[in-house]
Design a protein around this ligand. Structure first.
Ligand code: IPD
Ligand code: CA
Ligand code: CA
Ligand code: CA
Length: 255
């Protein structure tokens, strides 16, 4: 059943990507949510509605947790099939840059990471995989990133954490080869999967983390809350995704 769902979701994501790129060329609505830099567009909502409808068709009885909230409220138990959906990740990039955004989707079964998908929309690259399945970009299998240290690689730490000197994270940035901020958890997760980054630290909602976590763990990367605990699937967490070496270094450098 999981293999069949995997095949259907991959087909759906390619169709949805075509539609997303088309919708981006047409006028679309932009609204603010909690503040001026927290945006949602009509494309986020259309995508979410379509993903929701499709998942309910191919996986009846599943639970769906999605950012813009179709039927998502009130999930307190990850039992059974739980799909976690970010219909556009990097909405600010989508609006301001028309680039560097993604679509993310994950399946957790009884709370366990099972399938993960990140569509890099503009580059038409779909990252997908799961435990024991490997991780692929389109049809090409990714190898596990090298276990590099901070000084050997680039890190991404989200801007509020750097600007607010949260947990002394600027110290981590200083110890690295360089600091990058992509403005999209999807793009940053891809950076981790491909070895472009050696560490990523951000405060992430369930839909920002779920897909990348499935694939990062399959590639032997560390995914944990900054306090060392396992992130809760249904909560927002201050998390790090890192090589083993960088995970140890971050633990030493932060409080
Ligand atoms: C946001 C982006 C951003 C991250 C925020 C997310 P959205 O997602 O991934 O990089 O720092 O925490 O909420 O709202 O564009 O889907
Ligand atoms: Ca958002
Ligand atoms: Ca989003
Ligand atoms: Ca997001």
């Amino acid at each position: 059943m999981i293999d069949e769902l995997d095949k259907q979701v991959i087909e759906m994501l390619w169709r949805l990507n075509q539609q997303t790129l088309h919708r981006m060329q047409e006028p679309f609505q932009v609204a603010t949510k909690t503040n001026y830099n927290d945006l949602v567009t009509s494309v986020d909502k259309q995508n979410e509605r379509e993903i929701d409808g499709y998942l309910r068709q191919i996986d009846p009885g599943c639970q769906i947790l999605s950012e813009e909230g179709f039927g998502s409220q009130g999930i307190t138990d990850p039992a059974g099939h739980l799909w976690i959906v970010d219909p556009i990740d990097g909405t600010l990039n989508f609006v301001k840059q028309r680039d560097h955004f993604g679509i993310m989707l994950a399946l957790y079964v009884d709370g366990q990471p099972t399938l993960g998908y990140i569509m890099d929309c503009m580059n038409k690259r779909l990252y997908h995989g799961g435990p024991g399945r490997g991780v692929f970009v389109n049809d090409q299998r990714l190898s596990a990133p090298a276990d590099l240290s901070l000084r050997e690689g680039l890190v991404s730490i989200s801007s509020p954490l750097i600007l607010g000197n949260v947990n002394q994270l600027p110290t981590v940035a200083k110890a690295a080869s360089g600091l990058r901020m992509y403005g999209s958890a999807a793009m940053e997760m891809i950076g981790m999967l491909t070895g472009e980054l050696v560490g990523y630290v951000s405060h992430l909602h369930p839909w920002d983390l779920a897909a990348g976590r499935v694939m990062a763990e399959e590639l032997g990367l560390v995914v944990k809350s900054i306090d060392g605990t396992t992130p809760d699937v249904l909560s927002s967490n201050l998390v790090l995704i890192a090589t083993k070496q960088v995970s140890r270094e971050i633990a030493e450098l932060t409080d």
